[in-house]
Design a binder for this molecule. Sequence first.
Ligand code: ADP
Ligand code: MG
Length: 414
Amino acid sequence: MLKLKTVRKQNAKNKRVLVRVDFNVPLDKKGDSIVVRDDRRLRAALPTIRLLQASRAKIILISHLGRPNGTITPELSLKPIAQYLREKLDLPVTFSTNYDNPPIANIVLLENLRFYPGETANDTAFAKKLASLANMYVNEAFSNSHREHASMVGVGKYLPSFAGLALTEEVRMLANLISKPKRPFVVVLGGAKISDKVGALTNLARIADLVLIGGAIANNFLSAEGFEIYRSFVEEANKKDVGDYVQLANQLIQEHKTEKVLKDSYVPLPKLLYPIDVVAAPTLDTSNTEMIKIIDLSHDMEDKPEKTKLQYLDIGPKTRKLYSELLTGAGTIFWNGPMGVWENPLFAIGTKAIAQAITTSRATTVLGGGDTIAAAHHFHAEHKFSYISAAGGAALKFLGGEQLPGLKLLTIPS
Ligand code: ADP
Ligand code: MG
């Protein structure tokens, strides 16, 4: 089990503390001004900042925003974030572009780290420059901890390094999933980007008692099992080798095919489940509900000409029912990826039903994935999860069993 050196009041007393945060938040342009669309990541850093304030530390916040590729890009300035922190979150922040001699203030937010090429290159001189600003370092950017950048790994070589409070909590919640989940442990995986999820899917399938697959990812499994998927979306590994993720689905099916779970204590089901029926339509913006079909995959394998234009856009009613029943008895649930194209109400029923089943279960529930969080928010279910991980790729890598470079210097050797 991963043990972290978590920041405490005593170690920060009267120190100058460099805090790597992830203030890479979605921004909207409104006229001449830039506004924060979602401040979750800003609020996540507040407990650590408050703790450091309480220990009378001088705080220097550093973050990236977007991908300016090492050049000064005014639209990607962190200045509007500083303003938001002052006005909306009541944090007395001084903004500065001066990395050589930042102003003396209780809390300074420095300009976008990625305006400097040394950040992503993990350049030693840049890491040393960052380290020279403080006498202690805190990583409060779990979502960026899979990146070997100067502010994530380089700087920690020159300063005593600690884990932020939110990072510690995130690692604890995710580590629990892969090391000691309360069973039955059910993983629900959907969405469109199987490429991002391959590692997590493979690793979690070995750990979990049951894996329920939906969304466009399910198309890979249906295809691997010989079902026609017509014009349904499947992510292509690369243009030359389209079969890759279908092959991966096939490998997973083969690896787990002898493992069964007992539904209602006597119905044997495969551990890895994909939809038994789907909602299909010729186009995404279908307004004619007659054009929407429920295809029962367990019976209907005939290839009829009128079907060839169809795309599978949501899980069907039988799948919804089966998945919901299986989720009811879970001890732990991890959900990443919507069950269908929930942005369109016609294809949102599966995702809504799964959100409902998960949040009414007695399980410890962990939700991840940008679009899945947006869907949960849309269905007013967000506050009903035990934990929401907004860390995206870093969380998936962690769940895939990878060691994140940004956590290395924060870990207590076991
Ligand atoms: P997350 O951001 O939660 O990790 P992804 O980015 O992998 O999820 O995928 C989310 C997107 O997948 C949603 O915007 C949704 O419209 C799309 N999607 C879900 N099911 C399907 C499907 N059957 N066909 C096409 N797109 C789908
Ligand atoms: Mg997404």
